[in-house]
Design a protein around this ligand. Sequence first.
Ligand SMILES: [Zn+2]
Length: 321
Amino acid sequence: MLIEENIIIKPNNHSINHYRNLGYDAKCRIELNIKTSELTKSSNIKVNCICDNCKKITNIKYQDYIRTIEKSQKYFCKDCAILLIKETKKLRYNDENYNNRTKFNVTMMKLYGILIPLKNLKIKAKKENTCIEKYGFKNASENENIKLKIKNSIIQKYKNDKISILLKRKFTNIKLYNKESYSQTTDYKIKSEITCLKKYNYKHNGEVPELILKRKNTKLKNSKINHNEFYLYKRQVLNISRKNVKILFENWNGMDFYDNEYIKLNFSHKPNSAEYPTIDHKISILYGFKNKMSPIEIGDISNLCVTKKKINSSKKDKCFF
Ligand SMILES: [Zn+2]
């Protein structure tokens, strides 16, 4: 519903006749007080409306307001619009989630000659070019500004609801499938195996060579370090560290540096055992590389310690300070 009954506008060449026909003494670019509901349907003047559902007040273009009113005789704000859509669908089709797939498919075929437009290489290239022009990347979401914007809007939108949404999802899944997540159900497992077999001739995505390679490449692409440079840096560090190993063990008290467990006797385990004593860089090699620290500093005996293999491998690029 519109809040202000009247509004002051300045008619232009296009709209002046509309207001004259309604009986106003309209003059071009001269302020005119009219009834808000008599604005032209295409007017982009912003008006205050009250949501018929949650009673929130929003300031939107009149053309957007009138579009929803003409469709459903109600004005619902952005947040409530989804409810209105569901209500209308329920009324028309007796199913609040109704979607006319056949009509959708016919439209897509008519417009693009294909069901999924992005599978058409020409359309895909066009979309990518637009994105490159606008954001500098094939996908807008690769742009740091956009990433931040998406992140902020998600935080803003769900900051209060995050936990309740997760809980609601869990409850629904338990009610429907007796599991916290649909992916834990046998039904899902069977379905995904069938799809995978059909698509790749393997039961699981994790076994498909082309997907393994793809994941590996994505990981490489996403990690911001230069691998050749890192390899050389690591080799330098290890060369220095190697010279210190003998002295390190000679002066070692037998304790795990991180949890103070006595592990000298663990050399009796197999070398690939999680309990086997290993040498660790307190400041990790990767951290040193990323922060441009000298290999001498990272390889130095003061940065070396002894710990169990399992602690060493769980540390990855984390550091102990
Ligand atoms: Zn609302």
